[in-house]
Design a protein around this ligand. Structure first.
Ligand code: OAD
Length: 251
C-alpha cells in the first residue's frame, strides 16, 4: 500500500495520536458488527431492541442470554492484525490513546496500553438498580444472576440505547480528541453519538483526521486522509510505512 508522504511524516512526528475504533476493527476477528445481520437463534431479534434497560426489565432472561451468547462468541476470538498494529504503534510514539466503542475487550487483549472504553465491556457486570460493579458472579445463581450485595439483578456493564456514556470516559476522550496531533477513525459508521462527535471535536481544534473504513461514512468529507480497506490490512501497512526502517537505523 502506498500512503501520502504528508500522512507518514505527520504520524512520525506526532507526540500524541488518538484512535477511535468501532465494530469494523473487530469484524476480521469474526465478531459481527452491530448493524450486520445476527446469526442463528438470535437472527430474529433486532439488537437495538435487546440492548435497552426497558427490554431487560421486560425480559431479563432473554437479554442476559443474548449477552451470554455474545460473551461466549468473544471468548472464542482473538485480536486481529488491526488490534495488534495499534498496540505496536503505541510503542513507537510518545503517546497513543485508543478510544473504542466496542465492548469486546480485544484492544485490551492485544495490549493497547492506554484505552478508553466508551460503551463499557461485556465481560464485566454491574448491579441493575445501583450500577455498582460486581467482580464475582455465576449463572448458577440464576439468570440473570442476583447481586450479592443488594439482591438486585446483575446486568452487563455496557451502555444501552438511551443511556448516558460513562462521564469520565467521555470527558477523557473529548480532551484527547482536542489535544492530540493526529486522530485516526477506524471501522466505525460514524452514526452513533456522542462517539461520532469526537472526530469533529478534533477537526474544530485543527487536528487532522484519517479515516480507515471499507466504505464512505458521514465523516468521509471531513477527513484529511481517507484510506479505503480492511483495518487488519491498512493499519499494519501504515505502521510498516512509518516505522519499518527504524530497526535498520539501529533504534
Ligand atoms: P457499525 O456496525 O455501525 O459500523 C461498522 C463500520 O465498520 C461500518 O462503517 C463498516 O463499513 C466498517 N467496517 C466493517 N468491516 C471493516 C473492516 N474489516 N475494516 C474497516 N472497516 C470495516 O459499528 P459502530 O460504528 O462501531 O453502540 O457502531 C457504533 C455503535 O452503534 C456501537 O458501539 C453500538 C451500536 O449501536 C452501543 O451499543 C451503545
Amino acid at each position: 500500500m502506498v500512503f501520502a508522504a504528508n500522512l507518514i511524516s505527520c504520524l512520525q512526528s506526532a507526540r500524541w495520536v488518538v484512535v477511535l475504533t468501532g465494530a469494523g476493527i473487530s469484524a476480521e476477528s469474526g465478531i459481527p458488527t452491530f448493524r450486520d445481520a445476527q446469526t442463528g437463534y438470535w437472527a430474529k431479534y433486532d439488537p437495538q431492541e435487546l440492548a435497552t434497560s426497558g427490554a431487560f426489565r421486560r425480559n431479563p432472561q432473554l437479554v442476559w442470554e443474548w449477552y451470554s451468547y455474545r460473551r461466549a462468541l468473544v471468548s472464542q476470538t482473538q485480536p486481529n492484525a488491526g488490534h495488534l498494529a495499534l498496540a505496536a504503534l503505541a510503542g513507537k510514539l510518545p503517546r497513543l490513546t485508543v478510544i473504542t466503542q466496542n465492548v469486546d475487550g480485544l484492544h485490551q487483549r492485544a495490549g493497547s496500553p492506554e484505552l478508553i472504553e466508551l460503551h463499557g465491556n461485556l465481560t464485566r457486570v454491574k448491579c441493575f438498580d445501583r450500577h455498582h460493579p460486581v467482580a464475582q458472579w455465576s449463572e448458577l445463581a440464576g439468570i440473570p444472576p442476583i447481586c450479592p450485595v443488594c439482591g438486585s439483578w446483575l446486568r452487563p456493564d455496557v451502555v444501552w440505547f438511551g443511556e448516558n456514556l460513562p462521564f469520565d470516559a467521555l470527558q477523557r476522550a473529548t480532551e484527547a480528541a482536542r489535544r492530540c496531533d493526529l486522530f485516526l477513525v477506524v471501522g466505525t459508521s460514524s452514526l452513533v453519538y456522542p462517539a461520532a462527535s469526537l472526530p469533529m471535536e478534533a477537526i474544530q481544534h485543527r487536528v487532522a483526521v484519517v479515516e480507515i473504513n471499507l466504505q464512505e461514512t458521514p465523516l468521509t468529507p471531513y477527513a484529511k486522509w481517507v484510506l479505503t480497506g480492511k483495518a487488519g490490512v491498512v493499519l499494519p501497512a501504515l505502521l510498516q510505512a512509518a516505522f519499518a526502517d527504524e530497526k535498520e537505523k539501529g533504534e
